[in-house]
Design a protein around this ligand. Structure first.
Ligand code: GDP
Length: 458
């Protein structure tokens, strides 16, 4: 498969970026938990059922979740969007006069925008279009953007028109509405994104897999996946008769001109690669301590709900006890992704690279595993019953939803009383029994109406 286009929402704070993002993502979003604090704030989402599928990106969200310094940094947002977006949705609050920050965004777009990238100016919060007339004429005067459109995200006004305009512009850019029929092997092949901060050895790992000279030793046959649109960035890997796709391998080689942008560039590349994969392979440099940036990237992978495998690369540089100690350190510092297998590896000595494929297979299987309601009830009865688990102890029914990542739905008396600690306990027990290595698990709690008769968990 080829690269999906990226549509970035940019605009100063309080212009309705997140509301617009949530409206477009809408029902595509997985069922949400009623437990406070467990609902994720997404910053990117694949819009697969659009006329032309794309990745929608809320650049404001990047600021608030990934890097506090970006929060009101209009420049940062714009640069991200300008470097990587194929189309820009520029949000402007129709209920306020144009501010200095709006103008800063406009200035940035003028200076840095790539010529071919279209801008749709989206006037938000327009419940009554007549009110927006003066802002529209201001923008027409400024001559920014291919089109100016008005939306009211909460009321769904203007969203269809905007969606159509997005499809029209993406098609003009050469992105195709339908994916051309694919080789069945490729359709089912696990899609792997190799991510991590700069210099941890991502491209060396991919190169090691692709190296001609070593092919006999490491029987991988690698070829670029035939692109259906202009920009094919995936690489097909065959190993032991099985097919894998490494997504966005071009992103591993491309480097921004401006050194200042390296961090932003790798952040964007990470988001795009995660969205397009089934399994994230997070590469760490085992020679140095796990950094804040490693943790940030790891948490993006966990949030995404994709499978996760951690590669402790450059392990050739550490021997004996020091090696054991470093692996333990990784485990402790990345305890929030302790469900992910850690593989010591080296792009130089090739240690661990073969193992990666077996682990990928097992994580891929785990992603689609389904536990029957009967088995879940039995497990609950044996493991959880009688534990001091508050509301969860009073669970009336539980099942695995038909969702990715594996999602378990608990029916309790009052979902608001379930807390994260209780859910964590439940998850640990569930993993002890059913495994799910390499796969994040989501919990959804539902209140059962009072009148409903209690369902016996058996
Ligand atoms: P990327 O930015 O994550 O793609 O990192 P690169 O693949 O460009 O590697 C960064 C540096 O680490 C290069 O100098 C590599 O030679 C070195 N490197 C990569 N993998 C290994 C490894 O397994 N062992 C050792 N000793 N060095 C490595």
């Amino acid at each position: 498969m080829s690269k999906l286009p990226t549509v970035a929402i940019i605009g100063r704070p309080n212009t309705g970026k997140s509301t617009l993002f949530n409206r477009v993502v809408g029902s595509r979003r997985a069922i949400e938990s009623e437990v406070a604090g467990t609902t994720r704030d997404l910053i990117s989402h694949r819009i697969d059922d659009a006329e032309v599928p794309y990745i929608l990106l809320d650049t404001g969200g990047i600021g608030s979740t990934a890097d506090k310094d970006f929060e009101s940094d209009v420049k940062g947002q714009s640069l991200l969007a300008l470097e990587h977006a194929d189309l820009i949705l520029f949000t402007v609050n129709s209920r306020e006069v144009i501010t200095l920050d709006d103008q800063k965004v406009v200035e940035m777009l003028r200076k840095r925008k790539k010529k071919h990238v279209p801008i749709l100016v989206v006037l938000t919060k327009v419940d009554d279009p007549s009110i927006a007339a003066s802002v529209i004429s201001d923008f027409q005067e400024m001559n920014v953007g291919e089109e100016i459109m008005t939306v009211s995200a909460p009321h769904r006004i203007g969203i269809d028109t905007m969606n159509k305009a997005i499809a029209v512009h993406l098609k003009k850019l050469g992105f195709l509405p339908v994916t051309v029929a694919m080789d069945p092997d490729l359709k089912t092949a696990p899609r792997i994104a190799i991510i991590g901060r700069p210099n941890v050895g991502k491209s060396s790992i991919v190169n090691a897999m692709m190296s001609e000279t070593q092919r006999e030793e490491l029987p991988l046959l690698v070829s670029p996946v035939a692109g259906t649109t202009r920009d094919s960035t995936d690489t097909e890997v065959k190993f032991s008769g099985r097919t894998y796709v490494l997504v966005d391998t071009a992103g591993l080689k491309r480097r921004p001109q401006d050194l200042e942008d390296i961090e932003r560039f790798s952040l964007m590349r990470t988001i795009q690669a995660i969205e397009q994969c089934d399994i994230v392979v997070l590469v760490l440099d085992a020679l140095v301590q796990v950094s804040q940036q490693d943790k940030r990237i790891a948490s993006m992978a966990v949030e995404s709900g994709k499978g996760l495998i951690i590669l402790a690369n450059k392990i050739d540089g550490i021997k004996g006890d020091a090696r054991k100690q470093r692996l333990h350190e990784i485990l402790v510092l990345l305890s929030f992704c302790k469900f992910a297998p850690i593989i010591p590896c080296s792009a130089v000595s090739r240690e661990g690279l073969l193992k990666l494929f077996d682990v990928v297979d097992s994580v891929q299987r785990n992603r689609s595993r389904r536990i029957t309601t009967r088995d879940l009830h039995r497990w609950f009865e044996q493991v959880v019953h009688g534990q001091p688990l508050g509301e969860i102890g009073k669970c009336k029914h539980l099942l695995q939803a038909d969702d990715l990542p594996p999602t378990f739905v608990l029916f309790v008396k009052d979902a608001k009383r379930v807390n994260v600690t209780q859910l964590r306990y439940l998850e640990n027990r569930l993993r002890e029994t059913f495994g799910f290595s390499g796969v994040p698990i989501r919990w959804v709690t539902k209140s059962t109406p009072k009148k409903e008769s209690k369902m016996k968990v058996k």
